[in-house]
Design a protein around this ligand. Structure first.
Ligand code: FAD
Length: 284
């Protein structure tokens, strides 16, 4: 497949500080120079970032004209609430949504309004029922298994339910074992699923942050990578140089093995993603 036919997307999160908002146009502008297929913007289930997602989506659309896809989580939410958000996004010209269950923050658990959706497949069914084919729906996939799943088979069956409910594409949790991705794709093909499964790639910029995120989301950091990163201590330049080597090799392996593109978890930093982009010889 020609590199121009592949699908490369960039994930942002809504800024959490006034400085982050001030810097957002610069960040978006730098990332937009390579013309990704779309930007996606995360959404905090039950958290304070919710309006931030909408505002970031609007900024991307107005500043770049590039497609912008909000993430939408359903846990702890009501049909009326989700219907309102969908109407707002439709009015803003949004055509793609990353549809998720989400995780409620621990502080919201005790006093959250009871949710009307339990799992992401129910959100997908709801969006399909209410909006037909208006939105292209992306769902999450977990090559190394979702951390709360009962077992790998049950987790894969949950994924199949999301696809059958009407997902058009999947984006994976990040991982550093390419074989986990290829195994997931093989299982999907055996199950007769034909939607593209785009691997999510997380640049490595900070060892403690990576280890913290990975423990929470169930991503395995191979022993050799963890030991090398830890050996650099506070030497950020070495961490980032080694991290770039690791994710470049991983991305090359994925693309060579037939991955239909890459979803870059940018961490709201342009340089690590753009360096990886250039290492891969992608257009732009
Ligand atoms: P689901 O597919 O519903 O699965 C959740 C868990 O329930 C899995 O363990 C699954 O095996 C299990 N399950 C599913 N159906 C059933 C059933 N019927 N019975 C029993 N068990 C079942 N989180 C955010 O808060 N905001 C974001 O913006 C965000 N963006 C993300 C983007 C990507 C690409 C990815 C991979 C994850 C993202 N997340 C985000 C994290 C995600 O919300 C969490 O991983 C969440 O715990 C699961 O969401 P899901 O949509 O995969 O859930």
């Amino acid at each position: 497949m020609n590199k121009h036919d592949l699908h490369f997307s960039f994930e942002l999160f809504p800024p959490r500080t006034p400085v982050g908002w001030t810097n957002l146009p610069k960040l978006i502008g730098e990332l937009a120079t390579v013309k990704p297929a779309f930007f996606s913007v995360t959404y905090g289930a039950g958290g304070s970032e919710q309006n931030g997602t909408y505002d970031t989506i609007i900024k991307v659309i107005e500043q770049t004209g590039i497609e912008a896809a909000p993430h939408l989580t359903c846990v702890g939410s009501t049909r009326a609430n989700i219907a309102g958000l969908l109407a707002q996004y439709k009015a803003a010209g949004v055509r793609r949504i990353v549809a998720l269950r989400g995780d409620l923050p621990a502080t919201a658990m005790s006093n959250a309004a009871p949710g009307e959706f339990r799992y992401a497949n129910e959100l997908i069914e709801f969006i399909r029922e209410t909006h037909g084919e208006h939105f292209t729906l992306e769902v999450a996939a977990y090559p190394e298994m979702h951390p709360q799943a009962a077992n790998p088979q049950a987790d894969f069956e949950a994924y199949v339910r999301k696809v059958k409910a009407g997902a058009h594409g999947a984006v994976t949790q990040y991982f550093y074992n390419a074989d986990a991705y290829f195994d997931f794709v093989e299982r999907s093909e055996k199950a007769g699923l034909t939607i593209p499964v785009v691997p999510g790639v997380m640049p490595i910029v900070n060892t403690s942050q990576l280890l913290r995120f990975s423990a929470a989301c169930g991503a395995d950091i191979p022993r050799w990578i963890k030991l090398r990163l830890e050996s650099y201590g506070e030497d950020k330049a070495s961490v980032q140089a080694f991290g770039l080597e690791v994710v470049t090799r991983l991305s090359e392996t994925l693309l060579r093995g037939g991955a239909p593109g890459i979803h870059f978890y940018t961490l709201n930093q342009a340089e690590p993603t753009l360096k990886l982009w250039r290492n891969l010889g992608l257009p732009g």
